[in-house]
Design a protein around this ligand. Structure first.
Ligand code: HEM
Length: 524
């Protein structure tokens, strides 16, 4: 029979539509099984002996979803992953990159690995989207890090008094002089205070007299972070185009140009001075030392030095300000700790005639303990020890290829109940108890502590930690002595988070008023 005829007949009875449906169902089943098998075989070799993956719902999920989840819920994702992994390495799908998260117990072993095995620069440049934020050069050099550690940190006793003077005069500008409660935004106020100190360390006293340059140190930072935070939500291929839709990108470009207009002529004129042999006393600031010590063409290039100054500004102004605002609100939320810290400042001040030098400030153990506790509970970043592997190696049983990004979870250590009793509870004086005080004296806030990980760890731990510690104490001591603080409607403020970064929201407000019984804090 002619099949066409047959079909026509069957169509009329509706039998064909049943057939078509059942064939479609069969083919769909076959396709599904084949797809599943293909996925299984592609996936299986990776999964075999492989690590757990966090923040990836399925192999086929677009990485954009992982990016967005990480942007919004990084803390929760990391906490759940740490718990599931139980101290074993795992993969964190961040959306922009898969990181192998290693247990913090590996820190001593990793600290022994040479600099050409693990690279921190590549990882920092990637995290802050160096190509888009203008900081790509930090991938090539750590000259600024060497200068901070080798030249600026040793000069801190000399920098202490002028830094304190600048911060103090900024405090009197930024904080209320009235004895009535007044609402204000602590983050922008403290950022402006710290920018005075950072500008001094970066550019020296003469250049730091220029208020626009001081302003640039935090304005540039703010725009760099805005660009990086927003662009990290967008797939890499779209970033070079989309970034130009951000007003922050245009402002940042103009900030870089302006910074160059300050730094480049200074670099050139100082290079001339040194070339003429008139370099007897180097002013302790980053620009002067970089010009003086520069050996390679890169280290002498005014454009590169401008970028390095900008990247130090980006690593410093908001980091200290965020930290100090958190330390302050933690103290306000725990009046017993606040009273103990104030008493310590007052009684020690009386013993030394109320004029503080760097050594005396460094001995405020209760203030130091409260700072450590804040940093433990609300670090600047929950991911630390971020490095790029340079040679194939095996760590904690995980085989790592060249180019693999690795990292560690800060909270997995800082909130470990075997290290800290009631780890999620703020106990500002926990490091000053009888059994902890000796260790606290040996490892104050400014030191690299692989239990708290405030500064990361190893040879590439934060090179600005001594400056940060000094500047934070100069500010906190004056604020605690001179002002009362309170929450608006008694409501405490929690840290905000975006990607792996915790921060104090710039719009957060608290109340302040002058203290009637302030005794005054002077620095020498
Ligand atoms: C409370 C304030 C601060 C905190 C919590 C902090 C924390 C950190 C952390 C965790 C790192 C990564 C370290 C690693 O990769 O192991 C880092 C890097 C860095 N910090 Fe800080 N920091 C602070 C203040 C400062 C200051 C004041 C400066 C400069 C004056 C600074 C300059 C830098 C630089 C240049 C890097 C990059 C180092 C590199 O490329 O290897 N930081 N900081």
């Amino acid at each position: 029979m002619d099949p066409l005829v047959n079909k026509t007949v069957e169509l009329g009875t509706g039998a064909v539509s049943d057939d078509v449906v059942s064939n479609t169902a069969k083919y769909s089943c076959v396709i599904m099984i084949l797809t599943w098998m293909a996925a299984y075989f592609i996936w299986k070799p990776r999964a075999k002996g492989a690590l757990m993956t966090a923040n990836r719902l399925s192999y086929f999920e677009p990485s954009l979803f992982a990016r967005l989840r990480w942007c919004l819920w990084a803390r929760e994702i990391l906490e759940t992953a740490d718990e599931k992994a139980g101290g074993r390495p795992y993969i964190l799908a961040r959306g922009d990159k898969d990181l192998v998260v290693l247990p913090a117990s590996l820190i001593p072993e990793m600290n022994r690995m040479s600099a050409d095995m693990l690279n921190s620069r590549q990882s920092h440049a990637f995290t802050l989207l160096g190509d888009l934020t203008g900081m790509r050069v930090v991938e090539k050099t750590s000259y600024h890090v060497r200068m901070l550690l080798g030249r600026i940190s040793p000069a801190l006793p000399e920098l202490f008094a002028p830094t304190a003077t600048r911060i103090s005069s900024a405090i009197s500008r930024e904080f209320t002089s009235g004895d009535e409660w007044t609402a204000f935004k602590p983050l922008p106020a403290t950022v402006r205070c710290f920018s005075e100190g950072i500008a001094l360390a970066l550019f020296g006293s003469k250049m730091a007299e220029n208020s626009r340059l001081v302003e640039l140190t935090h304005e540039l930072t703010s725009n760099v972070f805005k660009v990086a935070f927003v662009m990290r939500c967008i797939p890499s291929v779209l970033q070079p185009l989309c970034v130009w839709l951000l007003p922050a990108k245009w402002r940042m470009e103009s900030n870089w140009r302006e910074l160059g207009e300050f730094v480049k002529p200074a670099v050139k004129s100082q290079a001339n001075l040194y070339a003429n042999g008139s370099d007897h006393n180097v002013d302790p600031n980053l620009v002067s030392w970089m010009v003086k010590d520069g050996r390679s063409a890169l280290e002498r290039d005014p454009e590169v030095l401008t970028t390095l100054c900008g990247s130090v500004a980006a690593g410093s102004t908001y980091s200290i300000a965020n930290f100090v605002c958190r330390a302050l609100v933690d103290l306000v939320a725990h009046p017993d700790v606040l009273d103990a810290v104030r008493d310590e400042i007052r009684s020690k001040g009386e013993r030394i005639g109320r004029v503080w030098d760097l050594a005396a400030v460094s001995k405020l153990e209760k203030l130091d303990s409260a700072m450590k506790e804040t940093a433990r509970l609300a670090p600047g970043t929950i991911i630390v020890y971020s490095r790029v592997v340079q040679q194939e190696c095996t760590l904690a049983g995980a085989k790592l290829q060249k180019g693999q990004f690795i990292s560690m979870s800060g909270p997995s250590r800082a909130l470990d109940p075997t290290i800290f009793e009631n780890p999620k509870e703020y106990q500002g004086l926990r490091f000053c108890t009888e059994e902890n005080i000796e260790q606290h004296r040996a490892r104050p806030f400014r030191s690299v502590d692989s239990d708290i990980l405030t500064w990361g760890a190893g040879r590439w731990a934060c090179p600005g930690r001594l400056i940060a510690d000094m500047a934070a104490k100069i500010l906190l001591m004056q604020l605690l002595d001179g002002w009362d603080f309170a929450f608006i409607n008694g409501k405490p403020l929690s840290p905000n988070a975006v990607h792996e970064f915790l921060f104090f929201h710039p719009d957060n407000q608290i109340l302040a008023r002058r203290r009637v019984d302030r005794v005054g804090v002077k620095f020498s």
